[in-house]
Design a protein around this ligand. Structure first.
Ligand SMILES: C[S@@+](CC[C@H](N)C(=O)[O-])C[C@H]1O[C@@H](n2cnc3c(N)ncnc32)[C@H](O)[C@@H]1O
Ligand code: SF4
Length: 377
């Protein structure tokens, strides 16, 4: 399995982000949270001691806010309670404002072997618009530090389609990112979330989103550029050097099981989806005082729901879905079950069947949500 560990704290909330995280005012709260997390890991480990982990992903929020001691204790407890397979991928999401030489050394010592850096843009005006706590200089210094310390396996996150962003500026950021020699690049189209400061600025007319054609052109140009630089495009928003796919995220897209640890984290096991208590104080109190795992079942999925889930997740992968393997796993022949939908989008140039794989075309990636909705319906 893979384990996802949620660290729901940031220095401050960015203007566009509605991920479950809160500004960390009181540093000592991180210690309390870590202690609760350790208790959860112990309880869950006792429940399923034979679980073998091939990936761990510390996400957030901003897990790079953890200090060396906290990080070490989390990974040590995981190693004690579960079976951590040799060569397991251990990723950590980091904000450039939180990394320095000492922090990186502590991460290396704790066993982190993959870093995902939230860069978003190489332009200060764009970083300000996004409400990031770092500037472009801090990004470059952090990447230089990664290189100096011999890090090869690191990802850079970028966001495109910002209000007022030109194609030229987006491509400059992308080129600069590629020039930093990351093993992996995630490029996300800005999702406007209503309840964020940016969502409100757009609703009140202070900011204007780009039109869809401009957004599509930015994505199209990015695909072409990164292919020219020999990045493998392996998932709609993700590109990597050969062999450097994020193994943990691949589990999600392949609809494989995972454990979610920490407040609000979701687990997927035995056809059920479970969510940990998302209320921070309740999560911490329950684990610290009652030593109980605060969790509730979100849904018990039917065979049909599991199949649809695997279909819409698997289609996000550029390799598409192996029709034979899918039939073996779910007993369903996709091409006859969804004959009309597939025919419609094949004719429209968004879907294709190549060598026994159902996959999106390049034009289809950008409109994937629209197509996937039809499969769910
Ligand atoms: C949990 S954050 C990564 C680590 C760290 N918190 C940071 O931002 O530096 C994961 C990524 O999601 C992306 N993201 C968050 N909100 C988004 C939005 N509304 N639209 C597009 N991408 C978003 C950002 O690129 C961000 O780096
Ligand atoms: S983008 Fe990252 S740093 Fe910004 S609020 Fe979201 S989780 Fe926190």
């Amino acid at each position: 399995m893979g384990a996802y560990i949620h660290i729901p704290f940031c220095i401050k909330k960015c203007n566009y982000c509605d991920f479950f995280s809160l500004p960390l005012g009181d540093q000592s709260y991180l210690d309390k949270y870590t202690q609760a997390l350790l208790n959860e890991i112990k309880i869950r480990g006792q429940q399923m001691p034979s679980v073998q982990l091939e990936s761990i992903y510390l996400g957030g929020g901003t897990p790079s806010l953890l200090n060396g001691k906290q990080l070490k204790s989390i990974l040590q407890t995981i190693t004690n309670e579960f079976i951590l397979l040799p060569g397991a991928e251990i990723s950590l999401e980091a904000n450039p404002a939180t990394l320095d030489k000492i922090k990186l050394a502590q991460m290396e010592e704790a066993g982190i072997n993959r870093i995902s850096l939230g860069v978003q843009s190489f332009f200060n005006d764009e970083l300000t618009l996004l409400g990031r706590v770092h500037n472009a200089k801090a990004v470059m210094e952090t990447i230089e530090l990664l290189h100096t310390r011999g890090w090869k396996n690191f990802n850079l996150d970028l966001i495109y389609g910002l209000p007022g962003q030109s194609l030229d500026k987006w491509m400059q950021s992308l080129k600069q990112a590629a020039d930093c020699h990351p093993s992996h690049l995630s490029i996300y189209l800005l999702q406007l979330e209503e309840e964020t400061p940016m969502g409100k600025d757009v609703a009140d007319g202070r900011l204007k989103m780009l039109n869809e054609d401009d957004e599509w052109y930015m994505f199209d140009q990015a695909m072409e550029y990164l292919e020219g630089k020999e990045f493998d495009h392996y998932e709609i928003s993700n590109f990597c050097r050969p062999g450097y796919e994020c193994r943990h995220n691949l589990r999600y897209w392949k609809a494989e099981e995972y454990l979610g640890l920490g407040a609000g984290a979701v687990s997927f096991k035995n056809g059920g989806r479970f969510m940990n208590e998302p209320h921070l104080k309740q999560y911490v109190d329950t684990l610290s005082t009652c030593k109980q795992w605060p969790v509730k079942e979100l849904e018990r999925m039917s065979e049909r729901e599991l199949m649809t889930d695997a279909l819409i997740l698997g289609l996000r992968l550029c390799a598409g879905i192996d029709l034979n393997q899918f039939k073996q796993r779910f007993g369903v022949d996709i091409t006859s079950e969804y004959k009309e939908i597939i025919a419609y989008y094949r004719d429209g140039g968004l879907l294709n069947i190549v060598n026994g794989h159902l996959k999106f075309t390049k034009a289809g990636y950008f409109l994937s949500n629209q197509v996937l909705c039809q499969f769910i319906a």
